[in-house]
Design a protein around this ligand. Structure first.
Ligand SMILES: *Cc1c(COP(=O)(O)O)cnc(C)c1O
Length: 397
């Protein structure tokens, strides 16, 4: 069979066909290889494989054919040389930090990142002598000012959760590279279907595959994408020794997820924009945060650096926690859960869940008010989502 060459094809096609080599059984759908080890033809071949003189599978903590197909497909989609799949999004972040940092290094991190990422940096990486400073995501001079001679890595998510704030990736990469610093972007919210950070100058892209790459809320997984040296050697080296590898079954689910990713991200984005406009017009809604709205302060940047605005939005109601909880509790269809990137729409109260561990003053300063509600817009009919939110919104005092 002829090898699929991603350079000759459009992104939608790459997401469906890249990375897989059919076996001698001529299966059409990708095969799952649930095996922990691989067999050698002779003692000499075993020795040569272990010694790295000949390539090939040895043990599934190192490589597995189904996992490799996912890695190669995602690498092609992000435009990276190497991809390392991991057991979860958090282990992708851990592997990146452990692979690229050493004692005494300093990290500058956006203050608007996934809560567990800050726990990992503060409570665990700190124990091993890695220092971290937090800056406002979109304030480029704050990133430059926080940089020290020991700074080795910038880390951000864009757009941010739950307020949809953006970092200008190209500008941030320029600031990083002028100071000999690497830029890592957690691309979980956009996926390569909507944003390709490596093309904009980022050095490393991180994913929680658990979210939109799966797309139906089934499996945990993660990935790191970048160049052959840092990701293919340094991050992979940590992974094969420490062991938070992706299971072949989960890799297969994600491979199938990637095949519909472009269609889904377009549908999530279209529905989120329609819902954002409906919420904006509702008399009980005091603010809507979504980069697709013309009045969003970074609407133009979102249009330039993303090919869609994504599936997550948030809105505010007057009356604080009581009013926000009333809207959430009046829903009958939306799932009250903090996960996102699912065909099923989810509703969350960030101040008491995802951002509940942040000190109240800090939370308010970041704009996570008590009246804020986040929706990860799924693939149901938008009218049904609107109707479900109207149950509570229409009855607010
Ligand atoms: C969920 C999430 C993570 C962590 O991923 P897990 O798969 O849950 O470990 C990291 N970053 C972002 C932006 C996320 O939404």
């Amino acid at each position: 069979m002829q090898e699929f060459d991603p350079d000759e094809y459009a992104p939608e096609t790459i997401a469906i066909r890249a990375g897989y080599r059919r076996t001698s059984e001529n299966e059409h759908s990708e095969a799952i290889f649930p095996t922990s080890s691989f067999v050698f033809g002779s003692a000499a071949e075993a020795a040569a494989r272990f010694g790295g003189e000949i390539p090939g599978n040895i043990y599934s903590r190192f490589t597995n054919p189904t996992v490799r197909a996912f890695e190669r497909r995602l690498a092609a989609m992000e435009g990276g040389e190497s991809c390392v799949a991991t057991a979860s999004g958090m282990s992708a972040i851990l592997a990146t930090l452990m692979g690229l940092l050493r004692q005494g290094d300093h990290v500058v991190c956006s203050r608007s990142v996934f809560g567990t990422t800050t726990v990992l940096l503060n409570n665990y990486m700190g124990r091993f002598g890695v220092d971290v400073s937090y800056v406002p995501l979109s304030d480029l001079s704050a990133w430059a000012d926080a940089t020290r001679p020991s700074t080795r890595l910038y880390f951000c998510e864009t757009p941010s959760n739950p307020l949809g704030e953006l970092a200008d990736i190209r500008a941030l990469a320029d600031i990083a590279h002028a100071r000999d610093v690497l830029l890592a972007v957690d691309n979980c919210f956009c996926t390569p279907a909507l944003q390709r950070p490596l093309e904009l100058g980022a050095d490393v892209v991180i994913h929680s595959a658990t979210k939109f790459l799966d797309g139906q809320g089934r499996c945990l997984g993660g990935a790191v994408v970048g160049d052959a040296e840092r990701v293919g050697k340094e991050v992979y080296g940590f992974l094969r020794s420490a062991g938070p590898t992706m299971s072949p079954f989960n890799a297969w689910v994600f491979l199938k997820g990637l095949e519909t990713l472009h269609l889904r991200m377009r549908a999530h984005s279209d529905s989120a924009l329609a819902l954002a406009r409906w919420l904006r017009a509702h008399p009980k809604v005091t603010a809507v945060h979504y980069p697709g709205l013309e009045e969003h302060p970074q609407h133009a940047l979102a249009g330039a650096q993303q090919s869609g605005y994504g599936g997550v939005l948030s809105f505010e109601v007057a009356g604080g926690r009581e009013a926000a909880w009333a809207v959430i509790d009046a829903t009958r269809m939306l799932s009250i859960t903090a996960n996102l990137g699912d065909a099923k729409s989810t509703v969350t109260h960030p101040a008491t869940t995802t951002h509940g561990r942040v000190a109240p003053e800090q939370r308010e300063a970041q704009g996570i008010t008590e009246g804020l509600v986040r929706i990860a817009v799924g693939l149901e009919a938008v009218g049904d989502i609107e109707q479900d939110l109207a149950r509570g919104l229409d009855h607010l005092p």
